[in-house]
Design a binder for this molecule. Structure first.
Ligand SMILES: [Fe+2]
Ligand SMILES: [Fe+2]
Length: 257
């Protein structure tokens, strides 16, 4: 089966681009499933339930997220009621929502797992131990396992790839909004990329207007971030997975500007 993973969707420009292009991408690549990270889809930071519904209605099968998912309190209830919207699993027990789910895609059971890194990020529970626990839970429940590891450090993401090599079908990194050029299939049959990049304005700082961010670096004072305008990129990867073995066959980089 062919699965498209889209990097963090940033604001309205990112949403519009994805919605406009998704139908064509499905046809061009013969896609069976689309997984996208939505943590920046509402105003560049966070995800409202309205926008989550909009994206799920536009052909995205599963939305993953990350550190910004907690921005809007109103989404907490939606997180508990909508299984197609995930938040990183390794938060303290009892927080709203779930970190993984099993989805029936044309009679193939596909598990999607969402984890968050700890290096240069807020402290959360160990993502490596969380992954082990989730994989034990998923035993015999899914033919294909996909992981979105939302993390800052390339080292932590690469280490996770080797931790899960041969145990999951595909592991994609998100959060940095900068696409890496290392998409490949590891020897154990796990498709991997360190970061998918983003779906959002390219002439920007990670999708946001550059001036306020530059001002913050120059002055050390807090500034208000705003979604940038101009050219928009759609970035991610198309993975081909053998649903009988659960192994990835190929990882094709996607970068449409
Ligand atoms: Fe992000
Ligand atoms: Fe993030």
């Amino acid at each position: 089966m062919k699965i498209l993973f889209l990097g963090d969707i940033v604001g309205r420009p990112g949403r519009t681009a994805v919605k406009e292009r998704l139908g064509r991408l499905r046809e061009e690549h013969g896609l069976d499933m689309v997984v996208a990270n939505g943590e920046n889809a509402s105003g560049g930071l966070g995800l409202s339930s309205k926008v989550a519904r909009e994206l799920l209605g536009a052909g995205i099968d599963v939305l993953t997220s990350g550190n910004h998912i907690w921005k809007f309190r109103e989404v907490y209830n939606f997180l508990t009621t909508e299984p197609r919207l995930l938040r990183p699993d390794n938060f303290p027990q009892g927080v709203p929502g779930r970190g993984f789910g099993v989805f029936e895609m044309d009679s193939v059971r596909v598990a999607v797992v969402n984890l968050q890194g700890r290096t240069f990020m807020q402290p959360v529970d160990c993502p490596f131990k969380a992954a082990d626990r989730i994989l034990a839970d998923l035993k015999g429940r899914a033919e294909v396992i996909l992981v979105d590891f939302h993390a800052e450090a390339t080292s932590e993401k690469t280490a996770m790839a080797w931790h899960l090599e041969g145990r999951v079908s595909v592991l994609v990194g998100t959060h940095t909004h900068i696409q890496t050029s290392d998409a490949r299939v590891l020897p154990g049959g796990t498709g991997y990329i360190t970061d998918l990049g983003m779906c959002g304005p390219v002439d920007s700082c990670l999708g946001m207007k550059s001036q306020p961010i530059l001002d913050r670096f120059l002055s050390g004072l807090p500034t208000r971030f705003e979604v940038a305008g101009g050219r928009v990129a759609i970035q991610g990867v198309v993975a081909e997975v053998d649903e009988t073995t659960g192994r990835a066959r190929s990882m094709e980089l996607l970068d449409l500007s």
